[in-house]
Design a protein. Structure first.
Length: 230
């Protein structure tokens, strides 16, 4: 029972990759539609912000996979600097994304309460949110994430003792559920605003996690340098 069931582990990683691709593809498809000059409903930000968390989760799984294929000494030499770079640039990206979501949120609220012309502009630009499409996409993503968690447990029960991946998986699933609730719960014309709130929360949580990762990788590298000098 202590042996890793590799097929389940690699399948879990593949399922998580598919979920991440679904999140990214929604953004690419919408951008292509806009570039083609076609009409499209307000796409929102929430689904496109989920890769901030799911990318970290996939990176963690990738490190585990490399640990299976390669020796710990090789992984140790590369992991520190790669994690530091990813955490640094990821943190900068998450901060920019949070500011973008906050700016859009302020704009929408300002327009909505600026009766009558601002409200009219809001309804023209943001009231027609594709709630059905967003809900269906989030449902698919949620199913894939649940499948990932089940497959990871089937690969080895000891993954439940890894606090980092358990917490990050729970945060990822929770963010998906929260976003679905924020889109479905309010009246349809407010979905763009609540979607932006969800995106802002995801960006902030992602930034906090990346900051912790950055600090941890810095401390690990400093400790490694001190050990070498001694």
């Amino acid at each position: 029972m202590d042996r890793l069931r590799a097929p389940f582990f690699w399948l879990a990683g593949f399922v998580l990759l598919v979920a991440l691709l679904v999140e990214c593809a929604s953004a690419f498809v919408l951008d292509a539609v806009h570039q083609a000059g076609l009409e499209a409903s307000t796409p929102g930000l929430g689904i496109r912000y989920l890769p901030v968390l799911d990318g970290l989760l996939l990176y963690t799984v990738l490190l585990m996979g490399l640990g299976i294929l390669l020796s710990r000494s090789v992984i140790g030499r590369v992991q520190g600097i790669v994690t530091l770079v990813i955490a640094f640039f990821g943190l900068l990206g998450a901060i920019v994304m949070a500011l973008a979501a906050l700016g859009l949120l302020i704009l929408m609220i300002t327009l909505l309460v600026a009766v009558p012309f601002g409200t009219i502009a809001y309804f023209v630009a943001f009231a027609d949110f594709p709630t059905g499409a967003a809900t269906a996409t989030l449902g698919l993503i949620l199913i894939l994430k649940i499948a990932f968690c089940i497959l990871l447990i089937l690969a080895h029960e000891r993954f439940l003792q890894n606090k980092g991946i358990v917490i990050l998986s729970a945060v990822s699933v929770g963010a998906t559920l929260l976003l679905a609730f924020l889109i479905d719960f309010p009246p349809g014309f407010l979905a763009s605003i609540t979607d932006a709130i969800g995106a802002l929360i995801i960006a902030i949580v992602g930034a906090i996690w990346l900051l912790i990762l950055l600090i941890g990788s810095l401390l690990a590298m400093i400790s490694a340098v001190r050990t070498v000098r001694m």
